[in-house]
Design a protein around this ligand. Structure first.
Ligand code: UDP
Ligand code: MG
Length: 322
């Protein structure tokens, strides 16, 4: 697939309460792309910030026509904000990036190079995550391992986040996927295409705090697994079947023992243990089914993935949600 001599590169940047990071990000992009034969557009998606972020973006867009910016009506979450950005990107290649410089713009030239080599997707892998804490690194490792065991078709490359270069063909394919439970790393992997990976060292956040609480990360992990794997249901079915068989065998043994040795009323402890264990298992199984049913509910409600409240640098016809 031939690449244009002077391609348009879209950087899609979701931001939530990042007023101090915007100008620094634009500066870093300028420094990284200055000598490259590319044109660039930056799509900031303000994901319902409650600080000065939107006014900082508007001010920056006033003097920089590379900026095309959307403000979402509320905090829709990073996955929805990314979707909004991808919907409005016009680039020959599109790169989702964090604004906090943890996805270093200095890596972009190498990603473009690989894209010119013919790859449609260039993943950026965090070879060194010492910028993230120990807990985050080990829970991330556990998540990638669990996801890849449970998901029969879609495999995630460990330590590849949303930072990756996507060819226009890939973006068009991604845009046709409108599911409401959006786990973007899974959706990126699901579409496939010719892929390669470049490594980078993930720096620590420059300032501010991560926008992901532990609870939110657990929610994202659950969206990922339940959105891409029916295997938990099968495991539950298997566990249920095994327990039924064991219970049947134990019951038969109890009947035989009673017939041979007479009635035996002792056994409160074992009875209670079995009762509580089975009760817990049943509630867990129902809740597991509920996770899937709840996702069916949001899909059938078919609400828009995001709502746009304001734009700058976008023609009126292009504004609005899809
Ligand atoms: N972000 C967002 N909406 C959210 C949470 C985060 O747009 O609900 C943005 C955030 O402003 C940043 C990027 O997503 O540009 C990554 O967030 P963060 O740096 O907090 O994540 P971490 O690096 O800790 O995984
Ligand atoms: Mg970050």
């Amino acid at each position: 697939m031939p690449r244009p001599a002077r391609p348009l590169i879209s950087l899609v940047v979701p931001v939530l309460n990042e007023c101090t990071a915007i100008d620094r990000f634009i500066g870093a992009v300028d420094a990284a792309l200055r000598d490259l034969p590319v044109r660039c557009e930056i799509i900031f998606v303000d994901d319902g910030s409650s600080d000065e972020t939107w006014s900082v973006i508007r001010r920056a867009a006033g003097s920089d026509d590379r900026l095309r910016c959307l403000r979402l009506a509320r905090n829709h979450g990073k996955e929805a904000a990314l979707t909004a950005g991808l919907d409005h990107a016009r680039g020959d290649a599109v790169i989702p990036m964090d604004v906090d410089l943890q996805d270093p713009p200095a890596l972009v030239p190498e990603m473009i190079e690989r894209w010119r080599d013919g790859f449609d997707v260039v993943n950026a892998r965090r070879a060194d995550r010492s910028g993230d804490g120990w807990v985050k690194r080990s829970t991330a490792r556990l998540f990638y391992a669990t996801f890849n065991i449970l998901s029969p078709t879609v495999k995630l490359i460990p330590d590849v986040g949303d930072f990756r270069l996507l060819d226009r063909r890939v973006v068009d394919t991604l845009r046709s996927i409108r599911e409401r439970n959006r786990f973007m790393k899974g959706i990126f992997a699901w579409v496939g295409f010719a892929m390669t990976t470049v490594d980078y060292q993930r720096p620590a956040r420059r300032d501010g705090a991560s926008k992901w609480s532990t609870l939110r990360l657990v929610g994202l992990a659950m969206d990922g697994i339940f959105g891409f794997s029916p295997v938990p249901l099968r495991i539950m079915l298997l566990v249920g079947l095994i327990m039924t068989l064991l219970a049947f065998a134990y019951g038969a043994w109890l009947v035989a023992r009673t017939l041979i040795f007479g009635i035996d009323v002792a056994g409160y402890a074992s009875l209670m243990t079995a009762l509580l264990f089975l009760g817990g298992m049943q509630i867990a199984a129902i809740a597991l089914v509920g996770e899937y049913v709840g996702r069916i509910l949001t899909e059938t409600q078919a609400r828009p993935i995001y709502i746009v409240s304001e734009t700058v640098g976008l023609p009126a016809a292009e504004a609005g949600d899809r």
